[in-house]
Ligand binder design. Structure first.
Ligand code: NAG
Ligand code: NAG
Ligand code: NAG
Ligand code: NAG
Ligand code: NAG
Ligand code: NAG
Ligand code: NAG
Ligand code: NAG
Length: 397
């Protein structure tokens, strides 16, 4: 099982391991192996075989068994100065006389030291000098425990969002296999919208019209002691928005009040789970514009000046009962295919009711009569090119 987990992790996240070439990712006293990407510790006290795994678990790890020749080499190096051979999580089934690791696999012949496994004992220790390998030992014998645990690895990318992103997903380290113990991973999402004319300058004030929504789904994290704290700004000096797990009260969605949100994934030193996936979206916080009565008119924001990047503006028309709505666009200039006015023959946005998806320089004049008394429109711009937008009027008929 652990071998499978490790294989999957090495396969899925080689880059995360590349950042782990120092010992800082292991709790104090543990040694990081660049060869196996695990943290190891050997106990100073001696104990019987059955006490070894509970001991390892009590300090946040599990008992070592040898899962690759690479680890065999590492363990040889790690234990070579040890006077007493440590326990290895490998035992003999006395009925079948077959040896099993704690994950139910059987160690290959080559992992045993010369002349082993002998008949003298049903539990294995590790001999760290030539020829290094497993050795059968009496289970009541007193030996040190040898423990390992996954290192605490946070992603190297901590900042998400930026000038060209308005949504995304983030996964916990190791997701969907397993996250690590001892984490305090920081993530910051900031939506900085760029002025297309002066690309080098990040206009932090432009996103005054945005906020960010977070939704953690799935969320498979150990109750209570592992959690995510969310802050309403780029770091923890901003107001606390909430936590995913407050005394077992779970919460998965959060909303920032401005263009930046940050959160910390904290894990303790024992028990992990599969982790989480976050979907985030930068949203416009300009309120929808609603009109009713017999006639009215709308323009894009700032019209006839250019609309802003990342505009998202909703318009609702409600005509009196029994009437229909004639919508006539008199002026329309947007970035083709990217800055779009959507028109719906319904009272809300729904892809089922989309009647027009307008963009570009050559839409106007355009007109349409709604089949009902409701019209909903949504104008969306991206970050790149801004233009003057549109002007339209409507009346009942
Ligand atoms: C770790 O791996 C490197 C390269 O694979 C090898 O040269 C080195 O001997 C190994 N060290 C240990 C302690 O296993
Ligand atoms: C040993 O193997 C036998 C036969 O496969 C099995 O029934 C028994 O449960 C095993 N004993 C242990 C302690 O796993
Ligand atoms: C939102 O953030 C901008 C900077 O990105 C800042 O100028 C503005 O004051 C913030 N607004 C609120 C309500 O915090
Ligand atoms: C938090 O972010 C603000 C604005 O980016 C910065 O001025 C402040 O120094 C940061 N505080 C910490 C503790 O990082
Ligand atoms: C628009 O509606 C108002 C009443 O709300 C009406 O007085 C006005 O004549 C209408 N204008 C047009 C052009 O229909
Ligand atoms: C509207 O058109 C644009 C391209 O012109 C396309 O990317 C977008 O998916 C369309 N929207 C809908 C809801 O069909
Ligand atoms: C509303 O628009 C949808 C999509 O274009 C269309 O299938 C539907 O028939 C329209 N509804 C009416 C009442 O015209
Ligand atoms: C909407 O009204 C205008 C007159 O203001 C007219 O020219 C146009 O044909 C009407 N549109 C439809 C689809 O009937």
């Amino acid at each position: 099982m652990i071998a499978a987990v490790l294989t999957a992790l090495l396969f899925a996240s080689a880059t995360q391991y590349a950042t782990a070439a120092d010992n800082n990712h292991c709790p104090s006293g543990w040694t990081f192996s660049t060869n196996t990407s695990y943290c190891y510790i050997q106990s100073s006290q001696y104990m019987t075989y059955s006490e070894a795994d509970p001991y390892c678990q009590s300090i946040g790890g599990s008992q070592v068994f040898v899962f690759t020749t690479r680890e065999l080499t590492w363990l040889t190096d790690f234990t070579s100065s040890s006077l007493v051979q440590p326990w290895i999580a490998t035992t003999r089934n006395t009925t079948t006389n077959i040896w099993y690791n704690s994950d139910k696999t059987t160690p290959p012949r080559s992992y045993w030291t010369t002349g082993e496994p002998g008949v003298n004992g049903d539990c294995a220790t590790f001999k760290g000098i030539t020829t290094a390998g497993l050795k059968a030992t009496q289970c009541y014998s007193l030996q040190p425990a040898l423990c390992r645990q996954m290192p605490a690895l946070c992603p190297t990318i901590k900042d998400y969002g930026g000038s060209s992103t308005r949504s995304g997903t983030i996964q916990s380290p190791g997701y969907p296999v397993q996250y690590y113990n001892n984490l305090d991973c920081w993530y910051t999402i900031t939506c900085k919208f760029r002025n297309s004319l002066i690309c080098q300058i990040v206009i932090v004030s432009a996103p005054k019209n945005t906020y960010i929504t977070l939704l953690f789904n799935p969320y498979m994290v150990q109750d209570y002691v592992d959690y995510i704290d969310v802050y309403d700004g780029p770091n923890s000096s901003y107001p606390f928005l909430g936590t995913t797990d407050y005394w077992y009260f779970l919460r998965f969605d959060f909303e920032s009040s401005n263009n930046s949100v940050s959160f910390k994934f904290h894990t303790d030193n024992i028990i992990t789970d599969k982790g989480w996936q976050l979907t985030w979206n930068a949203k416009s916080n300009t309120p929808p514009i609603s009109q009713s009565g017999q006639n009215g008119s709308f323009t894009s924001p700032n019209y006839p000046n250019d609309y802003d990047p990342y505009t998202e503006q909703l318009y609702y028309i409600t005509a009196p009962l029994g009437f229909q709505v004639n919508v006539s666009i008199t002026d329309f200039v947007t970035e083709l295919n990217f800055d779009i006015l959507e028109i719906y023959n319904s009272s809300y946005v729904s892809s089922n009711y989309l009647v027009a998806n307008l963009s570009g320089p050559s839409i106007a004049p355009w007109s349409w009569v709604s089949p009902s008394r409701y019209v909903t429109m949504r104008f969306k711009s991206d970050y790149m090119v801004q233009k003057k937008g549109f002007s339209l009027f409507w009346f009942i008929q």
